[in-house]
Design a protein around this ligand. Structure first.
Ligand SMILES: Nc1ncnc2c1ncn2[C@@H]1O[C@H](COP(=O)(O)OP(=O)(O)O)[C@@H](O)[C@H]1O
Ligand SMILES: [Mg+2]
Length: 387
């Protein structure tokens, strides 16, 4: 909250309506009352003299040492002529000189003490807020890392299962294909059975292609890590996606501010990953819109990383789908493979990076990919899970 923040300590705050209400107007009113009170009412002078402490202390709590000191100095200046003469046509405070002098001194001492205490309180509160925020961020980071680990483990297990299954299917499929070919050689082109054999061949080919796709997920290529400038990856990518985006009236905007960053990674695989995510963003807006791309440095898990954001204005990813979309074969698209994000997750994991999805304000999804920056500590980079 701004009240607890540093704003209430600015010069500008001293001219705010709040400052007038709490400090300046009360001081002026007390002064007016003081000057207007006759010397016969000694008790009223005593009360009014002490009333000044209220705006001074309020000034200290609301505006810190600066507010309090200005209030006390103003009070001293306003009160002095009334206390010790100088303006002869006004009444004087009939109190004893020592008492009045002491009061003048005390205004400033009290202002100094309360102002310092109030400032210290604000500083402590700001520090507490900062620590709380940091803690919250760390916690969120930890959660994201845990999710990523769980996801990576799940994907690895699924990959092994898929690879095993695909392998088992591959051999009988090859035999079937061989047998079908022999059969098709034996059946004359004009035979009515010819059509059956063609269907058989076509379906067997489809199965083989499907199997290949499964295997591409199950056995990702090993990564060969080099220094990769972000620009080298994004520049050709944007050019590649542009035609399809234009067809859909989607505008791809690349904020080049972070294009100088250099990450450690496999250029080819990173390009494929970003391509998948970027295409998803384009596909999420069938009626057009804007996709924004941006890279920036950030710190995650105490490592210097490059954060690549790919944000769209589509419908976003429903909460219950957020984790599932990184699983293989999860798709909401007709004819979708559901492999794009699963492969992306495996590749980014092999890079020692992170991939996550967040909601955008208003609408849309933002995919965030974090990769280790060049020169950063890379001890966390895991070897590929490939065969
Ligand atoms: N930018 C996005 N906005 C909304 N949903 C998305 C976005 N990107 C991915 N998804 C969801 O995640 C699913 C999985 O994506 P992906 O693994 O690339 O497979 P595919 O694109 O073949 O469906 C998509 O079907 C879609 O439901
Ligand atoms: Mg996709």
């Amino acid at each position: 909250m701004s009240e607890a923040g540093g704003e209430s300590r600015s010069w500008k705050a001293l001219a705010s309506p709040r400052a007038w209400l709490l400090v300046w107007i009360p001081i002026l009113l007390i002064t007016a009352a003081h000057y207007g009170t006759g010397p016969n009412l000694a008790w009223a002078h005593d009360v009014l003299r002490r009333l000044y402490y209220i705006p001074i202390v309020l000034g200290a709590f609301a505006f810190g040492l600066r507010g309090a000191m200005i209030a006390s100095i103003l009070t001293s200046l306003l009160y002095m002529p009334h206390a010790f003469g100088g303006l002869h046509h006004y009444h004087h405070d009939p109190g004893a000189s020592v008492e009045k002098l002491l009061e003048l001194l005390l205004y400033n001492v009290i202002a100094g003490i309360t102002g310092t205490l109030a400032d210290r309180e604000v500083r402590l509160r700001l520090e507490q807020q900062r620590v709380a925020r940091q803690l919250e961020e760390s916690l969120e980071e930890l959660k994201a890392m845990e999710e990523q680990l769980v996801r990576a483990g799940k994907l690895r297990a699924l990959g092994e299962l898929t690879a095993g299954l695909a392998h088992e299917i591959k051999n009988p499929l090859a035999s079937l294909k061989g047998a079908a070919e022999i059969l098709s050689d034996e059946i004359r082109p004009d035979s009515p059975r010819r059509k059956m054999i063609d269907i058989l061949n076509k379906e067997l080919d489809r199965l083989a292609a499907l199997l290949e796709r499964f295997l591409s997920f199950a056995r990702p290529k090993s990564v060969s890590i080099t220094d990769v400038r972000i620009e080298e990856v994004i520049e050709p990518l944007v050019a590649l996606v542009e035609p399809q985006a234009r067809k859909q009236q989607v505008h791809v905007t690349w904020d080049r501010s972070g294009s100088d960053l250099t990450v450690r990674g496999d250029k080819e695989q990173l390009t494929a990953v970003l391509m998948n995510v970027l295409l998803n963003a384009v596909q999420a807006m069938p009626d057009g819109g804007e996709v924004t791309l941006r890279a920036e440095p950030c710190t995650r898990a105490k490592r210097e990383m490059c954060l690549i954001r790919i944000a769209d204005r589509g419908p976003g990813v429903p909460e219950e789908m957020k984790d599932k979309i990184f699983d293989p074969f999860v798709t909401t698209k007709e004819g979708g493979s559901g492999l794009g994000l699963a492969i992306a997750a495996r590749v980014i994991d092999a890079h020692g990076g992170f991939i996550e999805v967040k909601d955008r304000e208003e609408s849309g999804a933002e995919f965030r990919i974090l990769l280790p920056l060049k020169g950063a500590d890379t001890r966390d980079v895991r070897p590929s899970h490939g065969s």
